[in-house]
Design a protein around this ligand. Sequence first.
Ligand SMILES: [Zn+2]
Length: 112
Amino acid sequence: MLNCNCIFCKIIGGEIPSAKVYEDDLMLVFKDIEPKAKVHLLAVPKTHFALLSQADAEGKEMLWHILEKIPGVASQNGCGNGYRLVINQGEDAGQTVHHLHVHILGGETLGW
Ligand SMILES: [Zn+2]
C-alpha cells in the first residue's frame, strides 16, 4: 500500500481527504465525489488489487468482510429501503480506478 501510487491508496493512507462514512482494519467506505445516485458510496479493501481475478488470500478475506459490512453501512447511510452494488471490472465496464471498489447506490428508486 505504501508504495502504491493509486488515488484510493492515497485516500486510505490519508494523503487525499475523503468523506468517510465507515472504516475498520480491512476496509474503508467513503462518498463518491461524482455521485450517480442520491446515495453513492465506495467500499474499498485496504490492500491494493484491481480485479477480482487478482485477489490473493488477504484480498479475498477483505472482500468477504466488505460484503458482510455493507448491509449495515448502507442502512445507516440512507439506503434502508434497498440499494444496488456494482463492481466494475476492466476497460469495457469503465473501471476508472484500478483499485477494486464496490459501488453502493441507493437513497432513491433506481432505474436500470
Ligand atoms: Zn490502490
